[in-house]
Ligand binder design. Structure first.
Ligand SMILES: Cc1cc2nc3c(=O)[nH]c(=O)nc-3n(C[C@H](O)[C@H](O)[C@H](O)COP(=O)(O)OP(=O)(O)OC[C@H]3O[C@@H](n4cnc5c(N)ncnc54)[C@H](O)[C@@H]3O)c2cc1C
Length: 418
């Protein structure tokens, strides 16, 4: 059985960055990917906008992934493709992984584990749409893979449910390929995607966005023939009498992403209900020693660049992982936050490159973010506005701040009156 210092599961932009940094830090490293090609979801993202932060230029998702793959090829990290990690078990000094591939089953041992398994999409069943199950109902990611990887059109007259970024990007993509996108329907009163995508993917193509409306029924036997949409009240319940019948052949769902954490759960890694990813400290180590998490597995990021940033740090820290007692300090947040990552700080570990990622719970105008240590402000940052779909990043050198396990760290938001 082979032994590694660090094993990274998942070859998307998070896992690639983690494997590169673990190898660069001198660890014997293995990267495992269940698909035949590296790149994760970026393989199907042919539009640009990736890499502005990491590479200083606008790249397509495929180009962004290719850059990381080329970098990985210059390292000594070992790679296993078409290999699925089906089981992870805790041992005294590390983790035993069971791998399944065409060659059969095998086991590897690793001292530290980086989970970079990404997200999966919520499906029609999870948003309780009634009706039959005809062909023509796709998640946005599946429609993206059909169109961009296999060159096949999912349909000609499409309705999109949910205004998440992938749905918005698909509205534009389907239009460019000659389909008619009849509208994007969003149950919430505000769009879920980035303003940049609303403007570039809907407004620029005259695609209507209907807020506070949802799809209640799918019609059709063999193939989708129509959907019924209805207005919803503030509790998202359809309002009787507002139904509208829309003939179409395709329904595309962009109703949220769920971090893939089955392996983490099997190892007893506690998950944050808000992010649906593991709780972690500033080194991206979860609450289970030696298990690290990065990218969309940890929390859903807007930008692949931030995914890779967390991969860099998780890989580097996994490479220097040594077993010891940790006493973790919780990062307290007010109700104005939807969540913060990391949720804990380890005062004994390096705090010089601490990065907080957070989302606001509700849309806000001019806001001051304050970080308090034992009631004293140690950092503040002003924002002209905050929106829940936009993740914020705040890097912070906390090494000289005098944090101990008994300190109290709080993040607060305050309205700025001009
Ligand atoms: C369907 C979909 C479409 C998207 N489209 C866009 C877009 O158009 N534009 C945009 O900016 N962002 C898009 N995103 C967001 C984008 O995915 C992220 O920014 C980024 O790809 C996340 O990187 P990651 O490495 O965390 O995960 P991923 O890119 O998802 O990579 C995770 C990898 O882990 C592998 N894996 C999972 N479990 C196992 C296992 N048990 N064993 C072995 N391998 C495993 C998977 O096969 C996958 O390759 C999309 C996300 C999704 C889910």
């Amino acid at each position: 059985m082979k032994n590694y210092d660090v094993t990274v599961i998942g070859g998307g932009p998070g896992g690639l960055a983690a494997a590169i940094s673990a190898d660069n830090a001198g660890a014997s490293t293995l990267l495992i990917e269940r698909e035949a090609r590296l790149g994760g979801v970026l393989k199907q993202c042919i539009h640009d906008g990736f890499g502005v932060i990491r590479f200083g230029e606008k790249l397509s998702g495929c180009e962004y992934a290719t850059r990381l793959i080329r970098e990985l090829e210059t390292t000594g990290a070992e790679l296993m493709l078409s290999t699925f990690v089906s089981k992870a078990e805790k041992q005294r000094d590390g983790y035993l992984l069971t791998l399944t591939s065409r060659g059969g089953m095998e086991r590897v041992f690793t001292k530290a584990l980086v989970l970079a398994t990404g997200c999966r999409e919520r499906t029609a069943k999870q948003v309780a749409i009634h009706g039959t199950r005809p062909a023509g109902v796709f998640t946005a990611g599946t429609a993206q893979a059909f169109l961009n990887v296999r060159g096949q059109m999912p349909g000609k007259r499409c309705v999109i449910l949910g205004s998440g970024d992938i749905g918005l990007i698909m509205a534009r993509r389907l239009t460019l390929e000659g389909a008619r996108v009849l509208g994007v329907y969003e149950a919430k009163p505000d769009p879920s995607g980035l303003m940049r995508n609303i403007s570039q993917c809907l407004w620029d193509f005259d695609i209507p966005l209907h807020l506070s409306k949802t799809v209640t029924t799918v019609h059709g036997d063999e193939r989708v023939e129509a959907v019924t949409v209805a207005e919803v009240d503030e509790k998202m319940r359809p309002i009787a009498g507002t139904e509208e019948y829309i003939p179409c052949d395709t329904l595309i769902l962009s109703v949220g992403l769920i971090p893939e954490n089955e392996l983490a759960e099997s190892l007893g890694v506690p998950l944050d209900k808000k992010t649906k990813g593991p709780f972690c400290d500033q080194s991206y180590m979860t609450l289970v020693d030696g298990v690290f998490s990065c990218g969309n597995t940890l929390h859903v990021s807007d930008l692949a660049d931030y995914v890779s940033e967390s991969g860099d740090a998780a890989g580097r820290r996994a490479a220097s992982y040594a077993r010891r007692e940790r006493s973790l300090l919780p990062v307290n947040i007010s109700r104005d936050f939807s969540y913060v990552v990391p949720q804990y700080l380890d005062p004994e570990a390096d705090l010089s490159e601490t990065v907080f990622f957070f989302r606001t719970a509700a849309e806000r105008k001019k806001t001051k973010l304050r970080i308090l240590l034992d009631g004293v402000e140690i950092k503040q940052k002003q924002y002209n506005g905050l929106r829940p779909p936009e993740m914020e990043r705040i890097p912070f050198d906390l090494s000289g701040a005098g944090l101990t396990k008994d300190s109290k760290l709080e993040l607060l938001m305050e309205e700025v009156r001009s």
